[in-house]
Structures are given as structure tokens and as C-alpha cells.
Write a protein that binds this ligand. Structure first.
Ligand SMILES: [Zn+2]
Ligand SMILES: [Zn+2]
Length: 373
């Protein structure tokens, strides 16, 4: 194996440098992943523009690759061997706390960079920490004993497996958080990779009605929503979205609203409250809004709406996402629209942010690909 590992490092807001790191010495209970695909999402766009801290960071938190080297204890305990293709969750839990014992390691303090400056989380942890390789925009990734790893089924390519994160989030938020199931009626706001993944999760779960909203810039993505099984798509710039939802549902409104607009202000929440059925609807939100003037608490109370937060994925939703990808039941490969090499990391992140190109859904970084720009 090479002595040096090439990685794209965020060194300042909106700035990436290619740097070399020494190939780490792997402890007996650790391993090394040769990264094949690192997915990029809207969170990366935000973290790139406004890093939460100043240290250099190898970003990339949606990682798929092949185990390139593994210590004996790691192999024995994890049941994984060199050559296995795996998806690595970005959470690195302590596996001692109450959350970890419940299987909810996504809530573990040891992986929460917001409250713990020493947290380990792929794509967020400082490259100054031991082993350095804590992000997927790199040729290799370090796997400690407590990395959360899923075997990728045979027949699922690395690039397809790169969709596990958005798809597992879709499964988690729609099915687990919102309780979508047989004959549910659902409004999905925003046809990005997250919204489109929710379409698939809702259809697979048996939803009888899936409506997706977007804007005029989303025309290609709204078409894709239809191909993935959405029953209706609405361009909110051209149509009165609430009137359309009520017309489609015969005036009843929907059971569930999934807000995947991320950063579109208060409008999607206000539309969601009005589009929900008369009583006991559920709305899943993932807002970035620090303040919400005139928050419609009265209406939410009167309609007995449950507002729940979208917060990552669980182990089971990742396994279900891998099974969904392996089944080939939905043309999920259509979500994978752009890929870039390591030298084009900056451009790749900006492409997700909408600075380049059209019809962007899911962008992959391929650390071993030649430069593409
Ligand atoms: Zn992400
Ligand atoms: Zn823990």
C-alpha cells in the first residue's frame, strides 16, 4: 500500500486543499477503508461555506468502500474481512452510554460535534486528531473498533450504495418518524435527493397518495419524482399548492407532510400545517430557521398536529435502504446524476449547492477517479 494518502481538506470557509497524510498504523482492533464513493449532501454545502470550527477537516460523511486492511481483533469481532464492500455510517458512538445501548448511537454525545468538541463523526472531525483520516473525501478512511459498518449486498455497485444515506434518511423519517404505511396520504415538499428518497420509501410502505412539490427550477427533479412513483407533482410557483392538495384529496388534506425543502423559509411549514387533515396529522421538519415569527401554534394545537424532527438514520433504516437498492424495484440509479474526482472536491460541493449545472440530484465524489473538470 502507498505510504501517503491523498485527501481533500477543508482549510478555511469555502476552501479546499489537496494534502497528503501518512498512512496510519492500524491498531489490532481497527481497519482501513479504501474509499470508492463519498456522497455529498446539502449539509456539506452549509459546513463548507460556514465551518463550525477552524481546524482542517476532511469532509465526506456518506462513505462506501472496500476494507483494505484490518487488524485481527477487528476481523474477529466485526465479522468483516479485507475485500468486503461496506457502507460506513458517519456516527461513531461510544457504545457505553444509554443511547448506544438502545441502538440510538446517532444521539450519542461521543459523536455529537455540536456539544462535544472532541466528538468523532466522519466528515466533521478535525484531521488533527489521531489517525487523521476522518472523512470520505480521501483515498482511505480510518475505521476504529466502534465504526458502524454495513455490508453492501452483492450486485449493488459502490455508486448505487452511495445512495444509502439519503435513502435511509427517507426510510427513517417517512416510516419511523412519521409512521407512513398502508394507504397513507403524503405531501413531500422539495424534490431533492431527500424528497425523492421519501417518495420511494412511501411507495414501498404502501402509501396510497404521494404528492411532491417543487419550484420551476425543479422541473427535471419533479419529472423524476413521477418516474419514482409520485402520483402528483406541483410547481408551487405556477400553482396554488394548497388549493391543489385540497382538490386532489377531496378537501380532506393529507395524513403526513414531509418537509425536505431545507432552507426555504417559513412557507413550507405554513403550507404543511394547512395541507394536513383536520385532526392528528403529522409533520416532519428539519428546519434551519433560528426564529419563526408568527409560528402557527394555535392552528397546530387546534388541528392536534404532531411536529417531529428529522434527525439522521438508524441501523435498521440503513439495512432497509441497502435491501431496497439491491431489489432494483425502483430506478434509484436515476438519482445519481454527477460524479467528480478528488481534485474537483470544491466544484463537487458547489454543484450540490446549485452553483453549477442543472438537474442535480445526488453528487458522488470518487477519490480514485481522474480529475473531471
Ligand atoms: Zn449528508
Ligand atoms: Zn454512546
Amino acid at each position: 500500500m502507498a505510504e501517503q494518502v491523498l485527501a481533500a481538506v477543508r482549510t478555511a470557509p469555502g476552501t479546499t486543499e489537496l494534502r497528503e497524510f501518512p498512512m496510519p498504523d492500524i491498531p489490532d482492533d481497527g481497519a482501513l477503508l479504501k474509499v470508492e464513493v463519498a456522497g455529498i449532501c446539502g449539509t456539506d454545502v452549509k459546513m463548507y461555506a460556514k465551518p463550525p470550527f477552524g481546524d482542517p477537516v476532511i469532509m465526506g460523511h456518506e462513505n462506501v468502500g472496500v476494507i483494505a486492511a484490518a487488524g485481527r481483533t477487528f476481523t474477529a469481532r466485526r465479522g468483516l474481512a479485507e475485500g468486503d464492500r461496506v457502507f460506513v455510517e458517519h456516527y461513531v458512538g461510544c457504545f457505553r452510554c444509554e443511547w448506544c445501548h438502545q441502538g440510538e448511537y446517532r444521539h450519542c454525545e461521543a459523536t455529537d460535534w455540536r456539544t462535544n468538541p472532541d466528538a468523532r463523526r466522519y466528515g466533521y472531525t478535525s484531521a488533527s486528531n489521531p489517525y487523521h483520516l476522518w472523512g470520505g473525501f480521501s483515498q482511505y478512511l480510518y475505521l476504529p473498533w466502534n465504526a458502524v459498518i454495513h455490508r453492501v449486498p452483492d450486485g449493488v455497485s459502490a455508486e448505487l450504495a452511495g445512495l444509502v444515506t439519503p435513502l435511509s434518511n427517507g426510510i427513517e423519517w417517512a416510516l419511523v418518524t412519521a409512521g407512513v404505511g398502508y394507504a397513507s396520504t403524503v405531501l413531500i415538499q422539495g424534490p431533492g435527493q431527500q424528497g425523492l428518497s421519501q417518495v420511494v420509501a412511501c411507495k414501498q410502505a404502501g402509501a396510497s397518495l404521494v404528492i411532491v412539490t417543487g419550484t420551476t427550477q425543479d422541473t427535471a427533479r419533479l419529472d423524476l419524482a413521477g418516474e419514482l412513483g409520485a402520483d402528483h407533482v406541483i410547481d408551487v410557483r405556477k400553482e396554488d399548492a394548497l388549493a391543489r392538495v385540497l382538490e386532489i384529496t377531496g378537501g380532506r388534506g393529507v395524513d403526513v407532510v414531509l418537509d425536505c425543502t431545507a432552507g426555504a423559509g417559513t412557507a413550507p411549514v405554513l403550507l404543511g400545517v394547512d395541507a394536513l387533515k383536520r385532526r392528528e396529522g403529522t409533520m416532519v421538519v428539519q428546519g434551519e430557521l433560528a426564529a419563526f415569527p408568527d409560528f402557527p401554534l394555535k392552528k397546530i394545537t387546534e388541528k392536534s398536529i404532531s411536529v417531529r424532527s428529522a434527525r439522521g438514520h438508524s441501523y435498521r433504516s440503513c439495512e432497509l435502504a441497502l435491501e431496497q437498492l439491491a431489489s432494483g424495484r425502483f430506478p434509484l440509479e436515476r438519482l445519481s446524476t454527477h460524479s467528480f474526482g478528488l481534485a474537483d472536491t470544491d466544484r463537487a460541493i458547489r454543484t450540490v449547492g446549485g452553483e453549477y449545472g442543472e438537474g442535480v440530484v445526488h453528487v458522488s465524489l470518487l477519490p480514485w477517479a481522474e480529475a473531471t473538470a
